[in-house]
Design a binder for this molecule. Structure first.
Ligand SMILES: C[S@@+](CC[C@H](N)C(=O)[O-])C[C@H]1O[C@@H](n2cnc3c(N)ncnc32)[C@H](O)[C@@H]1O
Length: 339
């Protein structure tokens, strides 16, 4: 399947011999970021507990309650980028790095072709609560159908529990539970990063910022033998100024740009205070919130990055998705929203 795939394995603790499942971690220890977005993030509801549970049940049920949809909305853009890599650099597999991957959500959507509804229904009705029963049932469920796309997936998340689950459930080929806002990757992590040729990041900017991308981009793609170069698809809530993230990409030799005329719905506001504070933040950036955040939903922009040579192809592919996917034209074509 991956004839040229590097044989690299990150040793992660195997808990398969323990009967009780992995130990529950102290909560609130690491997710709240200290980065260039610390101040802006105060407007957002804190979800640390559900990011760090042993299984995805709580995360998915809370996200369903809020109509969370950004990863699924971003999926066709990520698939188009993966197909571009597969077509243009066929001698190396698509190896996707999902930044802020949570419980392997990007892999479930992109590689395994699940919808959010399918994922949530599975965890609500069929996935047992016990850790090993849950990872086993998830693995069996995913293996029931062939993956939608032939790719490897490397996940990065600050939540050790989320990464452990994603690995044990077969959603990830490698998992990195690190906070690259503060720490450098170790040798094994660098090896995985260097084999990645597609970076996706949905719903995580704010938690991660320029420091994480700088640390990743120093290594990404270095051992993927292609003239084509890595591509990146990111979403960022409109409350966040991404200019320093853009700078991190540009310093690493990428062209970084926003996809014009697309705003993707991310989720509903958790409460009135969040709604008020975030609308204030978005307006403070000079953006028009009418028909967008004022409708009760947080909206995100889509960003793409690639080398100067491939950027026109990437832009064309993203424009194609925007034109063709009816879901986007229905939900996000907002002619007069601020840019
Ligand atoms: C809103 S969730 C997004 C999950 C997934 N990408 C999606 O769209 O469904 C944000 C994720 O970022 C993770 N996170 C927080 N700080 C991080 C950091 N410094 N590095 C990597 N991931 C981080 C959280 O643990 C959480 O899983």
């Amino acid at each position: 399947m991956f004839p040229h795939a590097p044989v690299q394995v990150i040793e992660h603790e195997s808990h398969l011999t323990q009967r009780q499942g992995p130990a529950k971690k102290e909560l609130h220890m690491m997710i709240q970021p200290t980065n260039q977005y610390s101040q802006t993030n105060r407007a957002k509801t804190v979800f640390d507990d559900i990011y760090q549970a042993l299984t995805p049940h709580a995360y998915l049920s809370q996200m369903r309650r809020l109509g969370y949809q950004i990863a699924e909305q971003a999926r066709p853009f990520c698939i188009a980028a993966a197909e571009l890599i597969a077509r243009s650099a066929p001698t190396w597999p698509v190896q996707m790095l999902d930044v802020g991957c949570s419980y392997g959500v990007g892999s479930a959507f992109i590689r395994f072709g699940c919808s959010f509804e399918e994922l949530v229904s599975f965890f609500e009705s069929r996935a047992p609560r016990g850790y090993y029963e849950c990872t086993g049932a998830t693995r069996a469920w995913l293996n029931g159908t062939a993956p939608a796309i032939d790719m490897r997936v490397v996940g990065l998340d600050a939540s050790e529990n989320a990464i452990r689950f994603a690995l044990d459930a077969g959603l990830l080929d490698a998992g990195i539970s690190q906070n690259f806002e503060c720490d450098d990757p170790n040798d094994e992590e660098r090896a995985w990063l260097s084999g990645c040729n597609l970076l996706v990041c949905t719903g995580a900017i704010g938690y991660v910022g320029k420091s994480t991308f700088r640390r990743i981009l120093q290594h990404m793609g270095h051992s993927a033998p292609s003239q084509f170069g890595p591509l990146a698809i990111l979403t960022a809530l409109r409350m966040f100024d991404v200019s320093e993230v853009a700078q991190a990409f540009e310093e690493a030799g990428y062209v970084f740009e926003r996809l014009a005329n697309v705003r993707l719905p991310q989720r509903a506001f958790a409460d009135d205070k969040e709604r008020r504070d975030i609308i204030h933040q978005v307006r403070a950036r000079g953006l028009n919130t009418a028909g967008l955040e004022e409708s009760g939903v947080l909206y995100a922009d889509v960003y793409m990055a690639g080398s100067k040579e491939v950027q026109p192809l990437l832009r064309e592919a993203m424009e194609g998705v925007r034109r063709e996917a009816p879901i986007f034209s229905r939900q996000v074509e907002v002619a007069n929203a601020g840019s």
